[in-house]
Ligand binder design. Structure first.
Ligand code: J2J
Length: 549
């Protein structure tokens, strides 16, 4: 099935307006990069370890790989599940796919069988890109197991060294003639309003939802965020968060920096020692992190001797940044903090670099594009008075109109006139910026990683001794929130937290979704309508952690 089936387009007249206003430029992401590469062929585009690639080299390598993908029968509308760490291969494969309309699904390296199989089920992906091993996990073995039970999967693209000969190896380092490759791929350029890639949503339901972003809208996303972050040809940008995240991929991230002619430096970890060494070595000017990482960096900067003086701006987002931490990070790292409140579904808010301290430290910013529309509403969808809290709804030229192949969920997640219900509780600051005050969606935001409570509960119910399960966030001084799972056992059983965790791992749960804390209790607290009282559990979890909430 073609990827365009199940994608919700913008209404025609809205799309026409976005084109007329020059927001959608009718160029694919592959073309955006090509045009930049033609302008600054000799500048350094990408650094990964000791490997440096100029714009010309990256452009050629992407073409060579695109031609090989075509040679394997992959083309416009085919889907490939990409599960690669922060490496040059991630960038090269992504650019190659974007050139010929192969649609990457951006999975995380922490995902395991359950999530990956779900991605294949939704997309009928024909290829799967994996490292051989990563962080002590044998991805190649997982790819084999998935291939054995997934008829649509025809090609395993392997990044890295030794690869068995019966596979299609992702050979991105080999030589070839880029001119021949370029002419063979030219007729396969996708349409700018085709879905370009699929992002994963943290989601509120049992399984992650997919977010289809078009070339037109994602190019705007990358360009508008690069503008408000002051990205230029002189920017050296460290990718310290997982590249598969929207934040690191295009806000401005890899694509925003590459379209502006800057240099992208890949880091396989946000750990201070790794990241600081790269900042010093490559004179990194900009990067983006989640608050948990900002906290670690600010602490580490006091004791490590790295020269961080090149660093100019630090974008911080993904979960709530406490104003005290925002204030502390700036002198500790010698940077200006730029808060980002965004979502893979679209809307990105940023504070601006020249905003006063009160705004930069105390708000999560304002939309990056003048055509972003926002409303703050009460539970009956009525606009709240200015300054009051309510749920944030949004529409705009890079915000989706529906999740991919999820009609039932879309009926709840979007209003009839196309507003996306973010599930975030916000308030408008007098400066016109948004302040995130909470959320109505039942997720856990673990250090910026969003995990659906229902998904964790479903895994727990898979254990034969579990009678009742409820997952709630528990406050954590570093990660902000961690996953706390409450269990009621069936009569005459005594499942231990270790046994439950082992069960979830065996069931293929992603590494970052495993509960941090499990409490086995005798009875679930319930509300007066008989539902599990999650508010009571959240309070209990906070109390057990020793935090007041
Ligand atoms: C509180 N909650 C926040 C913030 C996101 C830039 C920045 C973040 C993301 C991202 C992103 C928050 N304070 N500063 O894609 O490009 C929570 C909200 C939001 C959800 C989206 C980007 N910044 N959040 O985090 O798709 O609840 O995107 O709805 O992963 O993260 O999560 P995600």
């Amino acid at each position: 099935m073609d990827v365009r089936t199940g994608f919700t387009p913008w209404p025609d007249e809205v799309a026409r307006r976005y084109r007329e206003r020059g927001l959608w430029r009718g160029r694919t992401l592959g073309t955006e990069f090509r045009e930049r590469a033609e302008r600054t062929p000799d500048r350094v585009a990408l650094i990964d370890g000791d490997e440096r690639r100029t714009y010309r080299n990256l452009d050629d390598t992407a073409d060579l790989l695109a031609a090989r993908l075509l040679g394997r029968g992959l083309g416009r509308g085919d889907v490939v599940v990409v599960q690669l760490p922060n490496t040059a291969e991630f960038v090269i494969l992504t650019l190659a796919c974007l050139r010929i309309g192969v649609v990457p699904v951006m999975a995380l390296t922490q995902h395991r069988q359950a999530d990956i199989r779900h991605l294949f089920d939704i997309t009928d992906a024909r290829a799967y890109a994996v490292p051989t091993r990563y962080r002590d996990f044998d991805h190649l073995a997982m790819a084999d197991e998935i291939a054995a039970r997934t008829p649509s999967l025809r090609h395993v693209l392997v990044a890295g060294e030794a690869t068995p000969p019966d596979r299609f190896r992702l050979a991105i380092r080999e030589d070839g003639d880029p001119t021949t490759a370029r002419s063979s791929i030219r007729p396969h350029t996708p349409a700018p309003d085709d879905p370009a890639l699929l992002l994963l949503s943290g989601g509120t339901t049992g399984r992650p939802k997919l977010i289809a972003r078009t070339h037109d809208d994602y190019a705007l996303n990358a360009r508008a965020t690069a503008d408000v972050c002051g990205i230029t040809e002189n920017t050296v940008y460290l990718i310290a968060l997982p590249a598969a995240h929207n934040f690191a991929l295009a806000c401005p991230g890899i694509l925003g920096v590459l379209f502006a002619g800057g240099t992208v430096v890949m880091s396989d970890s946000p750990a201070p020692d790794r990241a600081f060494a790269l900042i010093e070595r490559h004179a990194v000017t900009d990067t983006a992190v989640v608050p948990a990482v900002a906290h670690r960096w600010a602490e580490a900067a006091r004791t490590t001797g790295y020269d961080l003086s090149s660093l100019r701006a630090l974008a911080v987002g993904g979960s709530r940044l406490a104003p005290e931490l925002a204030r502390r990070v700036e002198p500790a790292l010698g940077v200006r903090v730029q808060q980002g409140f965004g979502m893979a579904e679209g809307l990105i808010n940023y504070t601006r670099l020249d905003d006063p301290d009160t705004v930069r430290h105390g708000t999560q910013g304002r939309p990056v594009c003048p055509d972003d529309e926002i409303r703050i509403v009460d539970p009956s969808d009525r606009d709240v008075p200015d300054g009051h809290t309510g749920e944030l709804l949004t529409r705009g030229p890079y915000t989706i109109r529906g999740y991919y192949r999820a009609p039932e969920h879309n009926a709840r997640a979007f209003t009839a006139d196309g507003w996306y219900r973010t599930g975030d509780i916000v308030r408008l600051h007098p400066s016109g910026n948004l302040v995130v005050e909470g959320r109505v969606k039942d997720i856990i935001n673990r250090g910026g990683e969003k995990i659906s409570a229902e998904e964790i509960e479903n895994f727990a119910y898979g254990h034969p001794a579990v009678s009742d399960a409820a997952a709630v966030p528990s406050p954590d001084p570093v990660l902000g929130e961690v996953i706390c799972l409450y269990i009621v056992a069936k009569p005459d059983t005594e499942p231990s937290p270790e046994a439950l965790r082992e069960h979830m791992t065996r069931a293929g749960m992603a590494v970052h979704k495993l509960p941090d804390v499990i409490h086995v209790i005798t009875r679930m607290p319930t509300t007066n309508v008989g539902k599990i009282d999650k508010a009571a559990l959240r309070t209990d979890a906070a109390r057990r952690q020793g935090h007041a909430i």
